[in-house]
Design a protein around this ligand. Sequence first.
Ligand code: SAM
Length: 207
Amino acid sequence: MQKIAVLAVGPGSPDYLPPIIYEKAKACDLLVGGKRNLALFNFPSQEQLEITGKLDPILAEVREKRRDRKVGILVSGDSGIYSILPRLVSEFGRGALEVYPGISAVQYFFARLGLCWQEARFLSLHGREVDDLADVVSAEDVTALFTDRKNSPAMVCRILTDAGVKDKTVYIGEDLSYPTEKISRGRVEDFLEHSGSDLNLVVICSE
Ligand SMILES: C[S@@+](CC[C@H](N)C(=O)[O-])C[C@H]1O[C@@H](n2cnc3c(N)ncnc32)[C@H](O)[C@@H]1O
């Protein structure tokens, strides 16, 4: 049985897709991933399986198909930060996986801002709540937040404002690496009504 390739595809643009990921994806019989990630590849006679909801049936299918096929599982950005890698490890075991890194959306965003990220605190609000968000942002010089349509940049700014955390610079990155990319900079109170792309990230700095 071949190992499952975990392929990190970067922020979304093919320009930021490492060549080795492209080659490894091409060598797979079956590619599994979200719609946005699968759209990066279109190899003839290769099967694609889209992750739309619950992972359990998808992983059951992977378990079955990997018996006689090379399976690649696509993750956005890098596999090492807020990806399904831990779930894959618990499902198949680390020895069953070969993991190839990519450029995280947050790494891309820090580069676009001309900022380093070694001191940053990373949190994900993508599909989850963070109860102590205002306390964390208040205590840290740099916080990077994976946000989404529901837990949006505007919602983050409203939580901070309600908690009295206003003296911060907020950067919002939308559709990073795509032609529709938009980067905004302002104070917390500037973004209380912000509306934009559902694909977004927030970086909050003390400066
Ligand atoms: C499940 S997390 C995956 C993070 C990924 N492992 C990474 O390294 O970027 C999904 C979140 O990443 C962020 N994201 C991914 N791609 C993005 C992009 N092109 N532009 C803005 N945010 C992006 C959004 O905050 C989104 O809700």
